[in-house]
Design a protein. Structure first.
Lengths: 308, 566
């Protein structure tokens, strides 16, 4: 259950999420009350009018026009109220303030990449400053994905060759789950990430740190966050083989050949994954990592080399 | 007009494999469909149990992600295309509709048999996808993912394309039959509401199914020829696929629910021994929904990238359609008011339907609210909603109809006590399986997820336990129904005391030609107050009511001739 949230909803992380919740509860309770009345009437009638004699033939009942009007008019009014309220909040959800801080989001099978104006990039953690409206410009590198933060009640599909967006203004420092909510293949449920909401000072410090030239292995460790859905670093096999201590090992492949793990092997495995498939593993590594920059690739190779 | 020798009826008047496989008798075709859709339901149900078993805990439980993703996809494809779309119309519609109309058969019996074989062939083609590569992505097959996974998609799209013709031709057959083959005196406002609902369903089948046919054809061509209609990498638009897909698939949900409404109307009328409240409204609003249902497909696409303006329009129209459905539920409840209610097993399903379908309906309203849908779309809330309307609606109604017409179709009664136990298991199991999923979804649990965060585990586990109770109930039903065929009590002519022609004017099971003479109808389907003479000897009516003028007859007596009333 959400911390401090109710049984039904996680704690709202933005003011607008709170507005969505008010609407949710109104519709929920109105529905529950009407439902309750209908079911009570049902239970009452089926007991009160239970057949007492097999010869019983009840007479038709004159249908009251007034009663019919009530249950057409009242639901119509309620639905129009709910529609208008929903429309109003929907417009707000779709209207990012003009001064929003923009972050670019790139979805791919099966991870997220977050790119900040200052040149910083992060993977499983979307850093944002608290109390500032943030607008995400999103696109996909391959198939449809969808960006969803339950605590903020925001969601939008992420489409290849197009930009879509969501916006939010986080009100509390903390971490909030991000889920992909458009089926995208084997690891659709493994594309987990978090919104990390920090103070404006901490955010500025983090951005500055990211933009510095990092040593290759440290940069590689950051970039490696998007590989963790399939590759562990502790020896546990996953969808893909663990990368713990592989540098220098001899690997066997499904086509019967073998090779020793060196820098070239690591690079090829990332940018041309179908060239060699490790025996015992399926050929499902996506091809998109060839789009990484040379600096990022150098970093990955250095990082994997360092794993024990 | 000929009729069979005594003791002979549609099941035994002609024997042998060919007499069934090439039968033009709507009743035999209905029974063959019953076997086929039951097998589809069994296969889809086993997949559901496996899916829920995997979701018992986070991480791998019984299978890896690829097997899981294909399991839920196959579960949905089987349940939607091979079970739910055909089920009530092709089984109960085929068997009951001509008889309720006083007709000898449907308008086009050969087309009817062809529809059955087209369904089987289409299903077989779709199933070859299982051995032709991976099939995952859910039954919605959104591009460009669906065209990126190998050649299995070619077989599924081809299979669905073929199966669509079965639906279209059955719909066409029923529309013509209802217009042209009603017995003398059977005016539109005397028709059983089951007929009205099958009629409305048939309109949707004929108008909407060609669109899914074209859509899967385009997807097939996209995959086979890399045309670039939907794939952005080739210059296409993936949202266009969604528009095409949902333009059929929203009306498709009316194909699924309208027949269920028809069954519930007949059950509520018969087991309350009362007029169905708001008959005209229920009948006409069903036809209206058949057309209006084409205007709301975009409510499946609020966060897809379609414009906010379209989303707003779709949301508004969605509500306007929801209201007549709510009024129908109130009318069904009102049917019992000052009626004479008998809670036999078919009626238990109707009573259950009012509960589960209403929950499905209200949660549909919640999803139709734009701002709320942003949060709930593609979560377990949607999964729970559609299971409440599809299973809590269609399947519960179908089970009610199956129990109701079972004695008429097979001439045997099942064990009523076991039926009541099974109904309770189904009701409890269904709610324990699916209600927690509303909470899971509102808490942010996405759908189509192999793995999940630990905080969702307890509700997932509860849902899985519910699936076991539900499965137990369903297997119990299969058990006593099959047992009734072997050792069940012989059913009387009209065990439920109903007034529609299949109960008052045919034997149990029906004669091969349905009627000895063309029935003449002088009262409405639920005019029990005009048929008191039938109940003089108790609720189980043991004589046919061929006279239609207040005099009960046995099958051998000639009916009193009447001027047909038009």
């Amino acid at each position: 259950m959400g911390d401090n949230g109710s049984v039904w909803l996680p704690d709202p992380g933005t003011a607008l999420a709170g507005e969505v919740d008010s609407l949710f509860w109104f519709v929920f309770w109105t529905s529950a009350i009407i439902f309750g009345m209908v079911i009570l009437a049902k239970l009452y009638f089926m007991t009160k009018y239970k057949r007492t004699s097999e010869q019983d033939v009840p007479q038709p009942v004159e249908e009251s026009k007034a009663l019919e009007a009530v249950w057409i008019v009242v639901p119509t009014i309620l639905t129009l109220v709910v529609f208008t309220w929903g429309f109003d909040v929907f417009v707000k959800l779709n209207s990012a303030p003009p001064d929003s801080y923009q972050i670019n989001v790139r979805a791919q099978q099966w991870s997220w990449e977050f790119a900040y104006d200052e040149g910083a990039t992060s993977y499983t953690e979307l850093y944002v400053p608290v109390g500032v409206p943030v607008k995400l410009n999103m696109t996909s590198a391959d198939v449809l994905h969808s960006f969803y933060v339950p605590s903020f009640r925001v969601k939008h599909d992420v489409i290849p060759n197009r930009y879509t967006s969501v916006w939010f203004q986080a009100e509390e420092i903390g971490e909030y789950d991000i889920h992909c909510t458009e089926y995208c293949g084997t690891q659709h449920s493994g594309m987990n990430a978090k919104v990390v909401v920090v103070s404006e000072e901490d955010f500025a410090a983090w951005i500055a740190e990211q933009s510095q030239d990092l040593p290759p292995a440290v940069l590689g460790q950051q970039v490696f966050a998007q590989c963790q859905a399939c590759h562990s670093i502790d020896g546990t096999p996953g969808i893909g083989p663990s990368l713990a201590g592989i540098y220098g090992e001899e690997h066997a492949f499904t086509d019967g050949t073998t090779a020793v793990v060196d820098d070239d092997y690591l690079l090829e495995s990332i940018i041309n994954p179908m060239a060699k498939i490790r025996e015992g593993y399926p050929p499902v590594m996506p091809a998109g990592f060839s789009a990484l920059s040379q600096k990022q690739l150098d970093g990955l190779v250095a990082y994997i080399k360092s794993l024990e | 007009m000929s009729h069979s020798a005594p003791g002979l009826h549609y099941l035994n008047h002609d024997k042998g494999f060919k007499s069934w496989a090439l039968s033009l008798d709507h009743k035999r075709i209905g029974v063959m469909y019953m076997v086929a859709v039951s097998l589809a339901f069994l296969a889809g149900g086993i997949l559901a149990i496996l899916v829920r078993l995997e979701l018992l805990g986070p991480g791998e439980t019984i299978m890896g992600p690829d097997a899981y993703n294909q399991s839920f996809t196959l579960h949905a494809v089987l349940m939607i295309f091979a079970f739910i779309i055909p089920a009530i119309p092709a089984v109960m519609g085929n068997f009951v509709l001509p008889i309720q109309l006083g007709a000898k058969d449907v308008a086009f019996p050969r087309l009817n048999l062809a529809s059955f074989y087209i369904y089987l062939i289409g299903a077989a083609i779709a199933m070859t996808a299982l051995v032709n590569g991976r099939i995952d992505g859910g039954w919605t097959f959104y591009a460009p993912y669906s065209t990126s996974i190998g050649n299995g998609i070619l077989f599924v799209t081809a299979g669905v394309f073929v199966m669509g013709f079965s639906s279209i031709l059955t719909g066409l057959n029923f529309i013509v039959t209802v217009h042209k083959m009603r017995a003398p005196g059977l005016t539109w406002n005397r028709l059983p509401l089951f007929i009205w609902s099958i009629y409305a369903t048939s309109i949707v089948q004929v108008l909407a199914t060609p669109v899914i046919g074209i859509t899967v054809l385009l997807l097939f061509l996209e995959k086979a020829l890399s045309i670039g209609i939907f794939d952005p990498a080739l210059g296409g638009d993936p949202v266009l696929f969604q528009h095409f897909f949902w333009f059929y698939s929203h009306p498709a949900v009316y194909i699924m629910i309208l027949p269920a409404f028809g069954v519930i109307s007949d059950l509520m009328g018969t087991f309350s021994r009362h007029q169905v409240s708001g008959y005209k409204f229920v009948a006409l609003s069903s036809v209206a929904i058949a057309f209006l249902g084409f205007l709301v497909w975009g409510h499946h696409m609020f966060v897809s990238g379609q414009s906010a303006v379209s989303s707003i329009v779709f949301s508004l129209i969605t509500y306007l359609i929801g209201i007549p459905t709510g009024v129908k539920v109130i009318n069904w409840v009102q049917t019992m008011y000052k009626g004479s209610v008998q809670l036999k097993s078919p009626m238990l399903y109707a009573i259950m339907f009012l509960f589960t379908f209403s929950i499905g309906g209200f949660t549909g309203i919640m999803l139709g609210v734009l701002a709320i849908d942003v949060h709930l779309h593609d979560t377990y809330f949607v999964v729970a909603h559609f299971h409440y309307v599809m299973m809590g609606g269609n399947v519960i109604a179908a089970l009610g109809g199956l129990h109701y017409w079972w004695p008429k179709i097979f001439g045997k009664m099942y064990n009523e006590f076991l039926a009541k136990i099974a109904a309770a298991l189904v009701f409890i199991g269904f709610n324990v399986t699916f209600f927690p999923q509303f909470i899971l979804g509102a808490q942010g649990m996405p759908r189509r997820y192999y793995d999940y965060l630990p905080q969702y585990e307890s509700l997932h586990a509860l849902s899985t336990y519910g699936s076991w109770i539900l499965a137990a109930g369903l297997f119990l039903i299969a058990g006593y129904l099959i047992a009734s065929l072997i050792s069940g009590k012989k059913a009387g002519l009209n065990p439920w005391g109903a007034l529609t022609l299949e109960w008052t004017h045919t034997t149990t099971p029906p004669d091969h030609h349905n009627f000895h003479d063309t029935p003449v109808v002088t009262r409405g389907a639920y005019d029990f107050h005009l048929a008191g003479h039938l109940f003089q000897n108790g609720g189980e009516v043991s004589e046919l009511d061929l006279g239609g003028d207040g005099a009960a007859n046995t099958p051998d007596e000639a009916p009193v001739p009447h001027e047909p009333a038009h």
